[in-house]
Design a protein around this ligand. Structure first.
Ligand SMILES: NC(=O)c1ccc[n+]([C@@H]2O[C@H](COP(=O)([O-])OP(=O)(O)OC[C@H]3O[C@@H](n4cnc5c(N)ncnc54)[C@H](O)[C@@H]3O)[C@@H](O)[C@H]2O)c1
Length: 439
């Protein structure tokens, strides 16, 4: 199949950067990223310094390809119709109601995409799952597509995205692997080949791994679960270090030098955040439960529980520092996004830390170079409302948050470091001569 037009549904952290890189590497293919959020599309079409996603190197690529072979549009119907290949890169958050609430992935956005694809397609399509999905979702998508297909052939591929925010462009340029899952039929393998050919423009064949659809879907969940498990493991040991006088950084270096363990993802922290790890592990645990594997479900669930424990432990250390009360204490929190180098704040541990302290009467100064004050207040607002405070109480508390872009900070009683800072940044903070708490 010759691919001339690609449509990507979902202009978020995955859809935007991924399509930008494909557009850069495949100038003969026209790519349109569509979204049902018009503000997001306007912003992708607007100023390069206020794109909806910040990633080093992204703005430069957008500058080069936007309007040439990369487009951002609200016209979902027209772009589905004209494209031979359609990526689904919509969000798949944890379900908040109904069966599996609090654990299973909410597939309503993916299902809505499948319905749109069925509705607006007038010719055969390759439909690609780019979102992270529970194993066997392709079955459900196929059902939706076939029910409304009018004889059109849809080939479904799984092609999960492994990029990490903050290094997305670098990750896309030099992927450890590209995973493509397809049916073992003639048309399935033809579709796999068509997608492999696109990636092969810059990814060597040896790194393009083809599997069946279910292995590909499950590999992404498994990969995130294994990565998060390493963080929870090292974080659980940081608690033991604090009790015994061992140093968690020395432990990380010592155990990371064992090549069977390796040094990556062994930095202890206040917790993992981000939109993916927690929801994907909960989703994996739910799947295990669904298949009657209760012990396996509990094993993975524990990774999330340790993550919550670590956040609470950090808050408690701050409270203990003030001998049990933080009322009217001015506390600086360094880092608001879920990690350095991104403005994404989804599931950021700082939200929990700051909101817990604010709820106990503290005042907060946030130091973050990318996130804006409005986002910080929205995050705290959501946390406090879920915590059970009234709108009036929350509004009062929101006045106690200030944002600073600078590390010079002399008005605080305590500096708590949440981001993974380098030694220069830590020295800068130390020069404020204010006590510092970090993991
Ligand atoms: N963020 C990451 O680092 C990352 C990495 C790998 C995989 N993933 C996975 O990729 C998927 C997307 O994640 P994200 O972070 O890009 O999400 P996101 O929330 O940033 O973007 C999703 C976009 O889809 C749009 N959308 C939702 N339903 C739609 C519909 N029916 N029609 C048109 N547009 C619709 C939303 O408006 C939003 O702009 C998720 O499944 C996630 O788990 C994310």
């Amino acid at each position: 199949m010759h691919i001339k037009n690609i449509c990507c549904i979902g202009a978020g952290y995955v859809g935007g950067p991924t399509m930008a890189v494909i557009a850069l590497k495949c100038p003969e293919i026209n790519i349109t990223v569509v979204d049902n959020n018009p503000e997001k599309i306007n912003s992708w079409n607007g100023q390069l310094d206020t794109l909806p996603v910040y990633e080093p190197g992204l703005a430069e690529i957008i500058k080069e390809v936007r309007g040439k072979n990369l487009f951002f549009s609200n016209d979902i119907a027209g772009n589905i119709e004209k494209s031979e290949m359609i990526f689904m890169a919509v969000n798949t958050p944890t379900k908040t109601e109904g069966e599996g609430a609090g654990m299973a992935a909410d597939l309503k956005y993916v299902e809505a995409c499948a319905k749109d694809i069925a509705k607006y397609s007038k010719s055969d399509k390759i439909v690609i799952e780019k979102s992270t999905l529970p194993v066997r979702t392709a079955e459900k998508i196929k059902e939706i597509l076939e029910k409304n297909s009018n004889g059109i052939q849809f080939e479904i591929l799984s092609n999960p995205e492994f990029l990490a925010e903050g290094t997305a462009i670098q990750d896309l340029f030099k992927s450890d692997r590209v995973l493509i899952g397809g049916d073992n039929t003639k048309s399935g393998q033809r579709a796999v080949k068509a997608l492999s050919k696109i990636y092969n423009r810059w990814i060597p064949e040896s790194k393009i791994l083809t599997t069946n659809v279910w292995s590909s879907e499950l590999s992404k969940l498994a990969s995130n679960a294994m990565l998060a498990q390493r963080i929870s493991s090292i974080n659980s040991l940081s608690a033991l270090c604090e009790k015994t006088g061992a140093d968690i950084n020395e432990i990380s270096t010592a155990i990371g030098m064992d090549h069977r363990i390796g040094p990556h993802f062994l930095r202890a922290s206040v917790a993992f955040g981000g939109s993916c790890f927690q929801k994907d592990i909960l989703n994996l645990a739910y799947l295990c439960k669904f298949y009657g594997l209760d012990e396996v479900a509990e094993y993975w669930h524990q990774v999330v529980k340790i993550n919550d424990y670590q956040k609470n432990r950090f808050v408690q250390r701050i409270i203990d520092f003030f001998n049990g009360g933080v009322k009217s204490k001015n506390i600086t929190i360094v880092g608001w996004s879920f990690k350095k180098g991104t403005k994404d704040t989804r599931e950021s541990p700082s939200i929990h830390v700051a909101s817990s302290l604010l709820a106990s009467g503290a005042e907060i100064i946030v130091i973050d170079s990318l996130v804006d004050e409005e986002r910080i207040k929205l995050d705290v607002n959501e946390w406090l409302i879920n915590y059970g405070l009234s709108k009036e109480e929350v509004n009062k508390i929101l006045t106690k948050i200030k944002l600073s872009r600078s590390f010079d900070n002399s008005n605080s009683d305590l500096i708590s470091i949440v981001h993974d800072l380098d030694s220069l940044e830590i020295e800068k903070l130390k020069s404020n001569n204010i006590p510092i708490i970090r993991i």
